[in-house]
Design a protein around this ligand. Sequence first.
Ligand code: UDX
Length: 441
Amino acid sequence: MNIAVVGTGYVGLVTGVTLSEIGHHVTCVDIDEEKVAKIKMGISPIYEPGLDELMQKNMDANRLDFTTNHQDAFKSADVIYIAVGTPEKEDGSADLSFVKNVAVQIAETVTNDVIVVTKSTVPVGTNDRLRDLLNKNLDNNVKIEVVSNPEFLREGSAIKDSFEGDRIVIGSDSEEAAATLEKINEPFGVPIYKTDIRSAEMIKYASNAFLATKISFINEIANICDRVGANVEDVAKGMGQDKRIGPQFLNAGIGYGGSCFPKDTKALIQIAGNVEYDFKLLKGVVDVNKQQQSLLLDKLNERVGSIEGKKIAVLGLAFKPNTDDMREAASIIVTEKLIEQGAEVVAYDRIAMENAKTILNSNVEYADRLEDAIGDSDAALILTEWDEIKKINLDIFKAMKYPLVIDGRNVFSLDQMKECGVEYHSVGRPAVEMVQTGTYV
Ligand code: UDX
């Protein structure tokens, strides 16, 4: 199969690389010349474990190519994947202008029958409208079919997920096109679920909205645990043993971030609103998440009072570990509010620090080492559960002016913290007070 993938962002690049790994000839196309030049030299534009190696391997095997020329990419393609961005507009709806531009380009270029596959997350009904747009702009007498094939990859484990995912969803109103997509995807060895085009589009939104709901649910349970003296970790374990609930996505913390959940939940609220349906539950999920992102600050303020002039260490900046992605990370709001309240903020994240510098308030200082950030700070806030933080020698916290640790990801066990004699507050678990009582000054 000759496959073209439009967009070498996160989804497009992983899609192109993994499709070439299972034997297809893939040409990835992107308008960003600098990015394409770098990729051709083997430099991946994103941090994703295993991606660079697989990219180089398939380029060397001449199965994977990159270009900025759409015509070249589309010329001999049997299948074209659209994997361009669908950013959030101000009203929360998805901006489809990139997707539409690509569709017009495809229609004006293709000279043989082609299947257009939408990987980008698009509102329900978009693929039908895309088919009309493609057919309206066709320059040649060719047949175009449209397939919805949403992605369910997690950042940081996208390569693994491609080969070990729970399902591949193929949505099409053409049996022939669905069969072709099934054949393309078979070598992944992942169960394939075929359905109609609108249901496939909805599966993507419903899945992400449900996972976000699980997170906001357990976060509210954690907030109640805090007040009634229960331990949310034990509660989640006990709940998760019920197979109907399942143990995953019940980690309480400072809420979800990233490029998908925040955007997709808001988009689904919009999609529902467009057909006069008020998705009350999901609105609650979004509100809870917003509130949860400020939880550490609330806990800090409650414990310390004014933080003006205090030095606060912020440990972990990415929206989750194993990625340099800062999109919708809680660290954005936390650092902004700390600075607003007059604190001196010293941040550390080995991987996301460079990205953070372009996003966070310019008054944030950055430490080169985790230990340096903690140094003589007045309080340390843990925002991302990086392995590096999990494995830290806890004695380092003792070097702080006052060893106060507020953990937004429940990284350490309560026993561990009791033993090391640090004052420790986490999410939905009882606080660990100092053994030798010191006073916070
Ligand atoms: C997500 C979906 O998992 C994936 O299927 C979809 O295609 C894209 O969006 P990703 O954004 O990479 O993937 O991150 P994920 O690992 O799902 O985590 C999302 C956020 O939820 C993170 O901020 C994470 O910290 C948070 N989270 C996750 C929790 O707070 N608690 C949990 O139990 C799980």
